[in-house]
Ligand binder design. Structure first.
Ligand SMILES: Cc1cc2nc3c(=O)[nH]c(=O)nc-3n(C[C@H](O)[C@H](O)[C@H](O)COP(=O)(O)OP(=O)(O)OC[C@H]3O[C@@H](n4cnc5c(N)ncnc54)[C@H](O)[C@@H]3O)c2cc1C
Length: 489
């Protein structure tokens, strides 16, 4: 395992392939600092003895102690720990902890590369390649991100039906020593501060869509990879310091006829396994949401309860009702994830067939519960904002600028009219409302909500997974029996 400083040093040596707001920038550009603060915590946490159980693991490959973010889940206990580590670390930053996308993609590729290597004519030793990469990923404590989402062009057309075939990333050439890929993956979280990009397909693929069935890893600064970065940072503070400066980034990751050596390729042309790679990353990622969404609910509940206390309305029935609603969503999301971990197996649900063993034995969360938890808590984010808005009143929308709050000409008079609860010091009330604004009314909060709603797949994708995998026929049978109807058994 390495320290945050060693990680920063590694980033400083990477090639300049990042673009932001018309400039070419370094990994250590100051606009990256808030995101690096957050990612840095994943290194700090693993070094602290009290976090040993939660934030580190023993590699099943080498027996070394590794950062849990680089671990392949070996049983339900590992799935529980990933969920709990995610909630614990998200609670420290009040946002996404940013490193689970790489973990989720690694767990998906671990299984897929194994199965793809057993296909009749594998183009390379996919799983052997993967194991070499994984050993380095774990030993060097690499930060991975996952590039799954393609631009997708005309939404109702399949990859092979698009007017422009590059709307889904594809292999444009196969060579003796590797492949050439073209396309763009979008909204890729933390690609700009990742060491490696793990690429998987977006969707299930048909037999004639072989060129789209490709999974590989590539250094984030590799030749032919270009990133256009979007920063999500909060307004800088000078006087009322935050507990921690946080932020995150997303990139358009463009593969401009990028050469990928075979050693980094984990499936190529096996449409069945390409589809499972898409499904499995989404599944592992939805399971991660059962850690981060409850953590975000923890934060929202705290914000709602403190806003109620400052407004002096904490004992009113409507506030109690809203708080209980928030608690229910957070803890049901957690419970669904917990069940999904407990029922995890090295199996994948294949539509029309059922659960089948898949991969070399790494544990995969139970799909129904991971999807139910993700869908329930993902769809709730805008309603949570409604509750915050309801309890806070209009104040956060027009809260004074920091400089007006400290200007001797306006400070006292503003404090007189901002004050709501005489028992809470004004400095505390001001810091609270500034944080409330950060969370609920900043530009960064807007994109966070879109990420919470769509990340890991839009709700309709979870609904499709749930209804296509749930045994609805068995429920119809229950009714038929109880109603005295003819049963189908
Ligand atoms: C902040 C943020 C961070 C993200 N991070 C990552 C990341 O790290 N890695 C990654 O790979 N992705 C990431 N994503 C992408 C995320 O997974 C996608 O946004 C999500 O899968 C939805 O895809 P889309 O944005 O293209 O929306 P669309 O798919 O265009 O969805 C828009 C609407 O169209 C509907 N729709 C789309 N296609 C169809 C169809 N065929 N039939 C019927 N309806 C359809 C959808 O249901 C939805 O209602 C991130 C997104 C955000 C916002």
């Amino acid at each position: 395992m390495i320290t945050r400083e060693e990680y920063f040093k590694r980033l400083s040596k990477m090639n300049r392939n990042l673009y932001a707001n018309g400039e070419k920038i370094d990994r250590l550009d100051e606009r990256h600092e808030p995101a690096l603060n957050v990612m840095g915590l994943t290194f700090d946490a693993a070094q602290e003895p009290e976090n040993k159980e939660l934030c580190t693991a023993i590699s099943h490959l080498t027996g070394n102690t590794i950062n849990r973010f680089t671990h392949i889940h070996q049983g339900p206990e590992d799935l529980h720990k990933k969920q709990d580590m995610t909630r614990y670390l998200c609670n420290k930053v009040g946002q996404c902890i940013q490193r689970c996308m790489g973990t989720d993609a690694a767990n998906a590729i671990h299984a897929v590369s194994y199965m793809a290597q057993q296909s009749p004519e594998p183009k390379t030793a996919y799983h052997d390649n993967w194991l070499k990469f994984l050993e380095r990923f774990q030993n060097e404590d690499l930060v991975g991100c996952c590039a799954q989402t393609d631009v997708k062009g005309e939404r109702l057309k399949r990859p092979s039906e698009q007017s422009d075939p590059d709307m889904y990333l594809r292999v444009v050439e196969e060579k003796n020593d590797g492949i050439v890929v073209r396309g763009s993956k979008v909204h890729i979280s933390e690609a700009s501060i990742a060491d490696e990009i793990l690429v998987v397909p977006t969707r299930a693929l048909k037999k004639n869509e072989k060129e789209y069935a490709v999974a590989f890893s590539v250094p984030a600064d590799h030749e032919g990879v270009k990133q256009i970065v979007h920063f999500h940072n909060l307004r800088k503070r000078e006087h009322y310091q935050r507990g921690i400066e946080i932020g995150y980034t997303d990139s358009y990751v463009i593969f401009d006829d990028c050469f990928i050596p075979w050693e980094w390729v984990y499936t190529c042309g096996e449409t069945e396994h390409g589809g499972v790679a898409a499904l499995l990353f989404a599944l592992f990622h939805r399971h991660s949401y059962s850690g981060c969404k409850p953590a975000m609910l923890d934060y929202v509940i705290g914000l709602a309860a403190l806003a109620a206390e400052i407004n002096g309305i904490e004992k009113t029935p409507h506030v109690r009702e809203m708080l209980s609603e928030l608690i229910m969503v957070g803890e049901l999301g957690y419970a669904a994830g917990y069940t999904s971990s407990a029922l995890g197996k090295p199996e994948v649900y294949i539509p029309g067939i059922g659960f089948l063993p898949y991969g070399p034995g790494n544990f995969i969360p139970h799909s129904i519960y991971a999807n139910v938890g993700r869908c329930l808590s993902g769809e709730a984010v805008f309603h949570e904002q409604e509750i915050l808005c309801n309890i806070a009143g209009g104040m956060p929308a027009t809260f004074p600028y920091e400089k007006d709050l400290i200007n001797p000409e306006t400070k006292d008079i503003l404090e007189k009219y901002i004050k709501r609860n005489p028992d809470i010091p004004m400095e505390e009330q001001i810091k609270f409302w500034l944080s409330f604004v950060d969370f609920a009314l900043s530009g960064s909060s807007g994109s966070m909500l879109y990420g919470a709603f769509h990340g890991g797949g839009s709700p309709v994708m979870e609904q499709i997974a749930i209804t296509s995998q749930y045994d609805i026929e068995a429920r119809k049978e229950i009714v038929r029996k109880l109603a005295g109807m003819k049963t189908k058994e």
